[in-house]
Design a protein around this ligand. Structure first.
Ligand code: DAH
Length: 360
């Protein structure tokens, strides 16, 4: 019996050694250690042996199983390593190969601006948050202190989804619902520093309005937050975005249901050859809405308004892009005209980075 087992071990170990791939190795494993495998059969036969036989043969069979199991594991690791090496060798890309010019697309100004915003705010410690474009009317309105009877609902020219829904569904009219979602995701006990860029929808269409447009929301929830933090953040953001130090902001008292107090923010510009150039304070242009987050909104997000304060702002991205890159018709943004894209688009290789500067 012992010589038989020795022979079996020698045979199996050489079969393992000879297995040329993972499939072949698996076949060897099944042959020896599978449900009806030879070693499994030997282990089962232990029960029928006399106690003396079991005493001498038992340890030998177990040793055989050990030897085969560890040889298979070692061979498997070696085969996997070889396979990975082969794949790495096979999948090299020649980075010096020129790309097919016809295949090089360009980055849409809206995408470019969204990337710039993410870079600028990341530098100030803000993460990027997202939310669904099809929202419940609770997130889009109620949680933001816009109850059903509030005139702001009518002002938003909301697209409601047809059909029966458990709760009324809308195409979000602004990125503000992401404020609520971001607070909820933070669990009510941690500071929140996020921006939320994305698509928004209103039933509105002319030279300066399109039914789908883009906004970026900003939200800070922390302790001891004041209007001063809001103003500094907006100033730092706009200086980095327009790449100018002479940005002047004017905060005008305003009203939004979700902030108290609320302010509309104007940025100063000068006219040079009939074109608006951001900077200085000759003329003013409204660029965003903002304010200190309303207690009811902090509560709806699951935070205690007696402990946590915050500020928020919302800004049209398309407008920012037009101002920075000098386009004058919003509708061209969504026409899909390749000539326009060629003129205003950005090279797909020029991704804005903090180290390279947003204008890089
Ligand atoms: N949601 C507003 C809108 O679409 C913009 C806005 C104003 C957002 C003030 C804010 C804010 O977060 O504080 O018109």
């Amino acid at each position: 019996m012992t010589t038989e087992l020795d022979q079996m071990q020698t045979d199996m170990l050489s079969a393992i050694d000879a297995a040329s791939g993972l499939d072949a190795l698996e076949a060897v494993r099944i042959h020896g250690l599978g449900k009806t495998g030879t070693i499994t059969g030997l282990l089962k036969s232990l029960g029928a042996m006399t106690p003396e036989e079991r005493l001498t043969t038992g340890p030998r069979i177990h040793a055989l199983r050990e030897a085969v199991t560890s040889a298979i594991a070692a061979r498997k690791a070696a085969l996997e390593r070889a396979e990975l090496d082969a794949r790495l060798a096979r999948e090299t890309i020649d980075m010096t190969l020129p790309a097919e010019p016809a295949l090089i697309g360009s980055i849409h100004p809206v995408s470019q601006v969204m990337d710039e915003l993410a870079e600028i705010f990341a530098d100030m410690g803000f993460a990027v948050a997202t939310g669904p474009e099809i929202e419940t009317d609770w997130y889009n309105f109620t949680a933001l202190n816009i109850p059903e009877t509030h005139p702001a609902r009518a002002m938003h020219d909301t697209f409601y989804l047809a059909g029966e829904h458990e709760t009324p569904m809308v195409l979000r009219t602004h990125t503000s619902p992401v404020q609520i979602r971001a607070m909820q995701a933070s669990g009510g006990d941690k500071p929140v520093y996020i921006i939320a860029p994305g698509r928004t929808y209103r039933s509105d269409s002319d030279a300066t309005h399109t039914p789908m447009f883009h906004q970026v929301e900003g939200l800070v929830i922390d302790k001891g937050i004041t209007l001063g933090h809001l103003k500094w953040t907006l100033e730092t953001f706009l200086k980095a975005f327009f790449e100018r130090d002479d940005i002047v902001l004017r905060l005008r008292p305003s009203y939004f249901p979700f902030t108290e107090p609320s302010a509309e923010v104007d940025v100063g510009y000068t006219l040079q050859n009939g074109k608006r150039v951001i900077g200085g304070s000759d003329h003013w242009m409204e660029v965003l809405g903002s304010g200190m987050v309303h207690r009811k909104v902090i509560e709806a997000g699951g935070y205690d308004p007696d402990q946590w304060q915050g500020f928020a702002f919302g800004c049209g991205i398309d407008r920012l892009a037009m101002l920075k890159y000098g386009m004058d018709d919003l509708r061209a943004f969504f026409d899909g005209d390749l000539r326009w894209m060629k003129h205003y688009g950005f090279s797909c290789l020029d991704v804005p980075t903090l180290s390279g500067g947003v204008g890089a």
